[in-house]
Design a protein around this ligand. Structure first.
Ligand SMILES: [Zn+2]
Length: 454
């Protein structure tokens, strides 16, 4: 997706400006540019049409074909008359990969932003981000499957140190990169930031990102966990708060503590209406898993009494939340299959080769692979050989991750069926194969039976 390009001239030094623009199918039109001290005359507009990704109600991001937006553009050098004016992407972010190697559209991507860190404090931000990453990767399933998680850090300096405090009797407003503030929605500890601006900025660089975590350089206790972004203080308990909030933003988990509000909300994956309808029935009987009163709302039940970081800050994920994280991780993989030989669709015939093999995308993980022709299971393992199988139909393979973290997987995130290979293989000439029953066991059958087909 192309970023909106803006041509801004006339700035004396490095800095940033708030740009307001509207876009539609005809292009992007800059309405207003406000830099530090005052309003600047817009100097440019940009093409081509740039559909913008925006946060969608209920989480995730959605494509918006037209709209009005405001975001911050930063530049490092002063454009001057002796030098062509810089064409600036919107906004200029430089994500630094902290962890992971896969492409963003094939991995779960967490982007860590910092707010309220001045230029001289960016090394602190780097340390803070590292601490969160270390804590995250110490918990399952991230520990075992961290190679399927991308984590990025984006260094964006703020004018002020610390963030705004709307909850103070006289609100304290600080100018920061992402406009984060405590006291959001009247809740002292709730931190809200410029969600639209962050989504715009991050999606321009990492279009398939999954969640943003904003670390705020402010010791006051607080955080927030939406389904697009999370925020956490870098003060006391900040790392644990961050890991909890990432559970919301990256996995879609609900709080397992109780807000003291009646009702049920829309039901989250780790909160259920009552003990008889829990979606985690397959985990019941496991250490501490059951149905305990209170899960975000008074009228919901949670999976464990105290055993989840979505309830307390000194826990692990409960089995139900861990399983949900597994779905999130493996859902991002376009396929679980690394390769097949021969390729899917290759006819399997007597003249062969009659062997078919499947290699999972990560052979180091434990998998089961089951082969079927039609509805009949014909083998297990990475390879089968249909020589003399006397079978006709479509061969398919189902590979399933073997994981103690997954009991059942209605989403198909950790299993996949692939195929088909059209098969038409007869019994071996003179082998006396049976035409019925299990073709592999037909060696003692009457000699002279012809092929079933042809
Ligand atoms: Zn949980």
């Amino acid at each position: 997706m192309p970023a909106i390009a803006l041509l801004l001239t006339g700035f004396a030094s490095a800095g940033s400006a708030l740009v307001t623009a509207r876009w539609d199918d005809a292009g992007v039109h800059v309405i207003d540019v406000v830099e530090g001290g005052g309003r600047l005359r817009p100097r440019g507009s940009a093409t081509p049409p740039d559909p913008r990704w925006v946060s969608a109600p209920g989480g995730g991001i959605a494509l918006r074909r037209e709209g009005l937006g405001r975001w911050r553009v930063a530049w490092a050098d002063a454009p001057s008359s002796s030098r062509p004016a810089a064409a600036l992407g919107v906004p200029v972010l430089a994500p630094i990969p902290l962890h992971g190697t896969g492409p963003d559209d094939a991995r779960l991507d967490l982007v860590i932003l910092g707010d309220g860190y001045q230029e001289a404090e960016l090394s602190r931000f780097s340390d803070d981000a590292d601490a969160v990453l270390t804590a995250l990767l110490s918990l399952e399933p991230w520990a075992r499957h961290g190679n399927l998680l991308n984590v990025w850090r984006v260094d964006t300096a703020s004018t002020a140190s610390g963030i705004s405090h709307a909850e103070f009797p006289t609100p304290l407003i600080r100018e920061t990169a992402w406009s984060c503030s405590y006291g959001c929605q009247g809740v002292d500890r709730l931190i809200c930031c410029d969600e639209a601006g962050m989504v715009e900025a991050v999606s321009a660089q990492i279009p398939a990102f999954d969640a943003i975590l904003v670390l705020v350089n402010d010791p006051a206790y607080g955080g927030a966990g939406g389904f697009t972004y999370a925020a956490a203080t870098n003060g006391v308990d900040g790392v644990d708060i961050a890991v909890h909030e990432v559970g919301h933003a990256l996995v879609g988990l609900w709080d397992e503590y109780d807000y003291g509000l009646a009702g049920t909300g829309d039901l989250g994956p780790n909160c259920a209406a009552d003990a008889s309808s829990v979606p985690w029935a397959s985990w019941e009987g496991e250490v501490g898993v059951g149905a305990f009163d209170g899960c975000s709302y008074d009228d919901l039940v949670r999976p464990t009494e105290e055993g989840c970081i979505m309830r307390t800050l000194d826990g692990d994920y409960c089995p139900v939340c861990r399983q949900e994280a597994m779905y999130a991780i493996f859902d991002k993989l376009p396929t679980l299959v690394g390769s097949t030989d021969p390729p899917i669709g290759t006819p399997i015939r007597d003249k062969g080769p009659t062997a078919v093999s499947l290699t999972p995308f990560d052979p180091a993980l434990p998998w089961t692979i089951r082969w079927q022709v039609g509805d009949t299971v014909v083998g297990e393992g990475e390879q089968i050989d249909l020589a003399c199988a006397d079978v006709e139909g479509n061969l398919s393979a189902t590979l399933t991750l073997v994981s103690e973290f997954v009991r059942d997987d209605p989403y198909g995130a950790t299993w996949e069926s692939v195929g088909a290979w059209p098969v038409d293989v007869g019994p071996c000439s003179g082998c006396g194969c049976s035409s019925g029953g299990s073709p592999w066991l037909g060696l003692l059958a009457v000699v002279g039976l012809g092929r079933r087909r042809r």
